[in-house]
Design a protein around this ligand. Structure first.
Ligand SMILES: [Zn+2]
Ligand SMILES: [Zn+2]
Length: 280
């Protein structure tokens, strides 16, 4: 069975090198940061960068690319300056991705920072609507399910559904499911029965038609811990069973599945080989 399996790749040496190096270790989809995730602002995409990326896509036949937004973005922030910057950064990121031929921007759902979930969700949903108003039509904005650390929103499928409803099911608004995050948030995946139950809930509340990316990470922290610590595939509290089920799940045959496990340089190939060995 053919799967879209890949990794979050380092971009040292240029964005296009992430695609080439990813291909070398067996990726057929790749996720990148298009600029430093710890800083506001980004260097503009030049014609050379866009052309190098297009050439890397041609050479590797990798067409499924994903960008992860900056860690500083918080659409649910109360501070108007942070909020404004978050919105413009996301709009900018979607336009950068449009130029680079990257079809999906994954974004964390933000934190209410003590103002409460209802208020936070309202601000988040309104922010997402503003982003979508100015986004290019060829890039999807995918909200990522979170572990619910601190005051992070997005640890309940209902949070994602709320934003989608507010944005009137905008065609460019989608979801990214992270296995480590949902497990830490209290959605079990450890047995076939638990896995199916969680997927049923996802489909009922968010909908598989909204799923555009899956992050495959095991969890260093226990079930329901609300802590976000990624572990190597099969070596954490989730265990191999869930990953065997997910890479063989026919419902996800066209969804990029991307590892964000630790030690990219030494362990990405090991984790990808492990996942590939699970495919029947
Ligand atoms: Zn993730
Ligand atoms: Zn995480």
């Amino acid at each position: 069975m053919k799967r879209l399996l890949g990794a979050h790749m380092p971009t040292k040496g240029g964005l296009h090198t992430a695609v080439i190096n990813g291909h070398d270790i067996g990726c057929n989809c790749v996720q990148v940061f298009t600029s430093s995730p710890q800083q506001w602002g980004s260097k503009p995409i030049t014609d050379e960068m866009a052309e190098a990326m297009a050439e890397a896509k041609r050479a590797t036949k990798i067409d499924s690319l994903v960008s992860h937004d900056s860690y500083l973005v918080n659409l649910a922030a109360s501070d108007p300056a942070v909020r404004k910057r978050s919105i413009s950064t996301l709009i900018g990121e979607m336009h950068r991705c449009s130029r680079l031929g990257i079809g999906v921007v994954v974004s964390h759902m933000g934190s209410h920072l003590g103002d409460g979930e209802d208020v936070g969700l309202q601000r988040l949903a309104e922010g997402a609507r503003e982003v979508l108003n100015e986004a290019p039509g060829d890039v999807v904005f995918a909200m990522e399910t979170t572990a619910g650390q601190g005051t992070n929103l997005g640890y309940k499928f209902e949070h994602v559904a709320f934003v989608m409803e507010h944005c009137k099911a905008h065609a460019s608004l989608a979801c990214c499911m992270d296995t480590c995050h949902i497990f830490a948030a209290g959605y079990d995946l450890r047995t076939a029965e638990a896995y199916e139950n969680t997927m049923k809930q996802f489909d009922k509340i968010i909908g598989f038609d909204k799923l555009r990316c899956i992050h495959l990470n095991d969890s260093q922290k226990e079930f329901g811990s609300r802590k976000d610590r990624h572990a190597h595939i099969g070596e954490g509290c989730i265990g191999e069973t869930a990953f065997k089920l997910i890479v063989n799940d026919k419902r996800f045959s066209n969804i990029p599945m991307i590892i964000e496990t630790p030690d990219a340089e030494t362990m990405h190939k090991v984790n990808l080989d492990r996942l590939t060995s699970f495919i029947k």
